[in-house]
Ligand binder design. Structure first.
Ligand SMILES: Cc1ncc(COP(=O)(O)O)c(C=O)c1O
Length: 463
């Protein structure tokens, strides 16, 4: 603060004396002597002047503007300072970084606290994903160290295909129940290395022994990979993946099990695993957000598995390197344990599975009997190794003779009847594939039987 001449005049000083002391700062001796020692020594009548003076000085020094500017610059400087701090802490180590991040999360307002700030979100993401993996591994009853997160079962298969080199003439064995897109990936892998795909034909009604024999019959010296479904998509049946895996392992052939439908539908789907790699969707029966799947890998192949997106954790071991995928949206992975936990808390998975299976039975009987009544032919299907929660009903002849027709039927039913239903095709025969989950009720299947089956009958007759 600058003392002004005007201020001295008001305190009764003499101009001449002041001029003589112009170079000396502060009040003269007389004033000093008379000055009160503390504010309480001030005579009452001075208080008004003190307050007035203080107010004038406050205004003259523009203290409100300075306070505002200080706050403004202080807040602006906060975030660069945090950035610098976090980058320096990175040198010390992850434990220090994490503590700072935890504290920022507690203190920071809005976007920063709930993680919308990229500065807060991305550095902490691998740790959050690792924690989610522990919960998901617990659900699947596998070790978290074996489980990597991938967006879907197709990606899980692609990860395996990308890791393999085939010898020229090398063979990949698949089955005719394989999921089309996954089989196409195997075909591309074979083409890339001058190899070929061999398809094991497994009759729909083949029991465990017959299915095992059909697959193992295709294994030979040239086999370099077996791709086999735990639960098939078009035919809603199981294949004996454990026995096939054991035989392939004995011969030194790696096996990829497509368990897309298994999580949630099967209790502990990997309990008896004998194979190297398994992939399964958590966004099907597990009800996780779309884009959540697990890849479980053991054995020598796993060290060669890398995420489809090269990112900063590329040099980390399996499965940690799957926890960084550039700026991909990983929220589905983080939410997956909540979805699984919701079903566990609300019904319990064993009870939920029982409900699904009973309801699928009911659905198949009510729809199947309506189709049979319409066509006069038996619509029930003899499925070897059936799965809980899914059933097939044979469609009237002339519908869904191949996959393209089955997809077209699905679209027509959605468009004209307002119902979402799954139609599949196997060996030239069309099926309705029924599924039941906790959100389905008997009324869903009764409605389809009453409202949709008559339309299917008409369409089969070409109307
Ligand atoms: C047996 C099987 N494998 C793989 C997939 C592919 O799953 P996604 O499209 O989630 O990759 C599916 C999807 O229905 C499937 O049923």
């Amino acid at each position: 603060m600058v003392r002004t001449l005007k201020g001295h005049e008001r305190h009764g000083g003499h101009r001449a004396a002041e001029a003589g002391r112009a170079s000396e700062a502060g009040p003269d001796e007389q004033v000093e002597r008379r000055a009160p020692e503390s504010p309480t020594d001030l005579p009452k009548r001075s208080w008004g002047a003190v307050l007035k003076g203080t107010l004038q000085e406050f205004k003259k020094d523009e203290l409100t503007d300075r306070a505002a500017a200080l706050t403004y610059y202080g807040i602006l400087a906060l975030f660069p300072a945090l950035l610098a701090l976090i980058s320096l802490l990175g040198v010390i180590g992850e434990s220090a970084t994490q503590r700072v991040l935890d504290n920022i999360q507690k203190l920071a307002p809005g976007a920063a606290r709930d993680g919308r700030s990229p500065v807060v979100w991305f550095p902490a993401l691998p740790q959050r994903l690792a924690a989610a993996r522990v919960e998901l591994a617990d659900f699947l009853r596998v070790s978290a160290g074996d489980l990597a997160l991938v967006p879907n079962a197709s990606a899980g298969a692609s990860v395996v295909y990308a890791a393999l080199t085939l010898r020229p003439g090398g063979e990949i064995v698949v089955t005719d129940h394989g999921y089309g897109a996954v089989t196409m990936g195997a075909e591309r892998l074979a083409r890339r290395w001058g190899g070929r795909v061999r398809t094991a034909r497994v009759p729909l009604n083949a029991d465990e022994d017959a299915a095992y024999d059909a697959v193992v019959a295709e294994l030979g010296d040239a086999t370099e990979l077996v791709v086999v479904d735990q639960i098939t998509s078009a035919t809603a049946r199981r294949l004996p993946v454990e026995r096939i895996g054991a035989e392939a392992r004995r011969r030194g052939i790696p096996v990829l099990v497509d368990g897309a439908h298994a999580p949630g539908l099967l209790d502990a789907p990997l309990a008896d695993a004998t194979y190297d790699v398994w992939t399964g969707n958590l966004h099907k029966w597990g009800c996780a957000p779309r884009g959540t799947a697990a890849l479980v890998a053991r054995g020598p192949l796993r060290e060669r598995l890398h995420p489809l997106i090269d990112s900063w954790a590329a040099a980390d071991p399996y499965p940690d390197r799957f926890d960084q995928q550039g700026t991909i949206d990983a929220t589905s992975y983080l939410a997956a344990p909540t979805s699984l936990g919701f079903i566990e808390r609300t019904w319990g998975w064993p009870a939920a599975r029982r409900y699904m299976d009973d309801l699928a039975d009911y659905g198949a009987s009510v729809i199947g009997s309506t189709v049979s009544g319409l066509t006069g032919a038996d619509s029930s299907v003899d499925v070897g190794m059936p799965v809980p929660g899914m059933r097939l009903v044979r469609l009237p002849d002339g519908l869904a003779a191949d996959r393209i027709e089955a997809d077209a039927l699905r679209d027509r039913v959605a468009l004209e009847l307002g119902v979402e239903a799954a139609f599949t095709s196997f060996d030239g025969i069309g099926y309705m594939r029924l599924s039941a989950h906790v959100y389905n009720t008997a009324a869903d299947y009764e409605y389809f039987a009453e409202e949709c089956v008559p339309a299917l009958g008409k369409w089969a007759r070409g109307n």
